[in-house]
Write a protein that binds this ligand. Structure first.
Ligand SMILES: [Zn+2]
Length: 233
C-alpha cells in the first residue's frame, strides 16, 4: 500500500473518532440542558405550592379578623341592651341584630376552622413534597455532575486527538490532504478498501487498472465512480 494512503487511513480514523466524540459531547449537553430544565420546573412547582399555602394563611387571617370584628359588634349591641335605657322597639331591633350577627359569626368560625384544617393538611403535604423535591433535585444534580465529568474527559480526548491529527497531517502532501478534505465534505469515509474488485464506498466494481494502481506503492488509486481513495489489503 502507498505510504501516504496508509497515513490518510490513519487520518480518517482520527477524524472519525473526533466526529463521534463531538456528537457525544452534543448529546451530553442536550441531556444536561434537559435536566436543568427539569430542575427549574421542580423549583417552579415548589414556588407555586408555597404561594398556595401563603394564600390559605392569608385567607385564614382574614376570616379570623372578620370573626373578631363581629364579636366586637355583638359586644357593643349587648352593652347597649344591658344599659336598658332604650325603647322596646330598639331592644327588639338590637336583639335581632345580635341574633343575625351571631349566626353570621358562627358560619365564619366554621369556615375558619375548615381553612385551618386545610392549612394543617397542606403543611403536612408540603413536608413530604419538599423532601421529595429536594431529593429529586439532588439526583438530577448528581447526574449533571456525571455528565460534566464525561464531557470534560471527552474534551481532553479531543485535544489529544487534535494533536495526533496535526502529527499525521505533517507527513502527508498538501495536495492529498485537499483531495481527502474534498471527499470528506461529502462522506465520512474518503479512503476505502477494494474488496473482490468492488469499491467499499459506493459498492461499484472498479477497473483492473485501478486495482493495479491500488496495489502499486507508488500510485494513488481512486474509484472511477465515487472518486474515493482506494487501497487493497
Ligand atoms: Zn467508489
Amino acid at each position: 500500500m502507498n505510504k501516504n494512503v496508509e497515513k490518510l487511513l490513519k487520518l480518517q480514523e482520527i477524524d472519525d473518532t473526533i466526529r463521534k466524540k463531538d456528537l457525544r459531547i452534543g448529546k451530553l449537553e442536550q441531556r444536561k440542558d434537559k435536566l436543568e430544565e427539569e430542575i427549574d420546573l421542580l423549583k417552579e412547582k415548589e414556588k407555586e405550592r408555597e404561594e398556595r399555602l401563603k394564600k390559605l394563611k392569608e385567607k385564614s387571617e382574614e376570616k379570623n379578623r372578620e370573626v373578631d370584628e363581629l364579636q366586637n359588634q355583638i359586644e357593643k349591641y349587648q352593652e347597649r341592651l344591658d344599659e336598658g335605657i332604650i325603647s322596646f322597639k330598639e331592644t327588639e331591633a338590637l336583639e335581632e341584630k345580635i341574633e343575625h350577627s351571631t349566626n353570621r359569626m358562627e358560619k365564619l368560625e366554621d369556615e375558619a376552622i375548615d381553612i385551618m384544617m386545610e392549612i394543617d393538611r397542606t403543611k403536612e403535604e408540603r413536608k413530604k413534597q419538599k423532601s421529595e423535591t429536594s431529593e429529586a433535585i439532588k439526583k438530577k444534580k448528581e447526574k449533571i455532575a456525571d455528565l460534566e465529568d464525561e464531557k470534560e474527559k471527552m474534551a481532553n480526548d479531543l485535544q489529544e486527538l487534535k494533536k495526533d491529527k496535526e502529527d499525521v497531517l505533517e507527513g502527508i502532501p498538501e495536495r492529498l490532504i485537499s483531495q481527502y478534505d474534498r471527499l470528506r465534505s461529502a462522506n465520512n469515509d474518503p479512503v476505502v478498501q477494494i474488496k473482490n474488485g468492488v469499491c467499499q464506498g459506493c459498492q461499484m466494481s472498479v477497473s483492473k487498472n485501478t486495482i493495479k494502481r491500488a496495489r502499486d506503492s507508488q500510485e494513488i488509486a481512486t474509484c472511477e465512480n465515487c472518486s474515493r481513495i482506494l487501497f487493497i489489503g
